[in-house]
Design a protein around this ligand. Structure first.
Ligand code: GSH
Length: 238
């Protein structure tokens, strides 16, 4: 059994989609990041980085318990464990890692910073909003171009698609596109036709309170829970 520490945000949705696709049994532990659950000692013992997702696999390699965080590391682990969603061909594998690293180092951070400066920053600052909007558009444009004539990011459906989908999906409804991206839209629709994707993406509806909707009031307490935990390393700051 795999335990999944989860809140309904893109990095966690990647993992729930992969678990559903791979048919691995799992149990969800909701982490309310707005309330600061990620700063509680029971959680920081699992993840000193204080971020979800985290998995605990009680039947890990050699039958050992494995605690794992960082969503792409989790995706690669799950794909290997269940022997699915990952190509056999070495060239496709190299490209798969390329796209996973691209998602982790550009897509998540740039869209995440855009969300931070639009939604959470106490002051609306033009420069960072313009900078991260441009970066988000650049990434959308780039993936749209890559998907020209392709069904998936690699030759076949893989964890590279799963890593990217929740981010591009989230931003397509949260922030309006600046340009039409037909290949990107068609790819998202194609993936959303999959039952496992819908189950994984909508996990919050039946199992977990949707803690981050973008509509909740951003108070100083919320900011402290989300952004001040670096101030002390020995426990919650709140
Ligand atoms: N690179 C990490 C990012 C994880 C991350 O930023 N998680 C967010 C939710 S999507 C979180 O836990 N935020 C709580 C906080 O910043 O205090 C991954 O991909 O797993």
């Amino acid at each position: 059994m795999i335990e999944l520490y989860y809140c309904p945000t893109p990095n966690c949705q990647k993992v729930s989609i992969a678990l559903e696709e791979l048919g691995l049994p799992y149990q969800v532990h909701p982490i309310d990041i707005v309330a600061g659950d990620q700063n509680q000692p029971t959680f920081t013992e699992l993840c000193p980085n204080r971020k979800v997702p985290v998995i605990v696999d009680h039947d890990g390699p050699n039958g050992q318990r494995l605690v794992l965080w960082e969503s792409a590391a989790i995706l690669m682990y799950l794909a290997e464990k269940a022997a699915g969603l990952w190509p056999d061909d070495p060239v496709q594998q190299a490209l798969g890692r390329q796209w996973l690293f691209w998602q982790m180092s550009y897509v998540g951070p740039m869209m995440g910073q855009l969300h931070h400066f639009v939604q959470y920053a106490p002051e609306k600052l033009d420069y960072p909003i313009a900078r991260y909007t441009q970066e988000t558009e650049r990434l959308r444009r780039m993936l749209n171009r890559h998907l020209e004539g392709r069904e998936y990011i690699l030759d076949d459906y893989s964890v590279a698609d799963i890593a990217c989908l929740p981010w591009f999906k989230m931003f397509s409804f949260r922030y309006p596109n600046q340009a039409p991206y037909p290949n990107l839209e068609a790819w998202m629709e194609r993936l959303f036709e999959r039952d496992a994707v819908q189950r994984g993406f909508l996990l919050d509806i039946d199992k977990v309170k949707p803690v981050v909707t973008g509509a909740e009031p951003v108070t100083d307490e919320v900011r402290r829970h989300l952004f001040a935990s670096y101030q002390r390393d020995d426990g919650p700051t709140g």
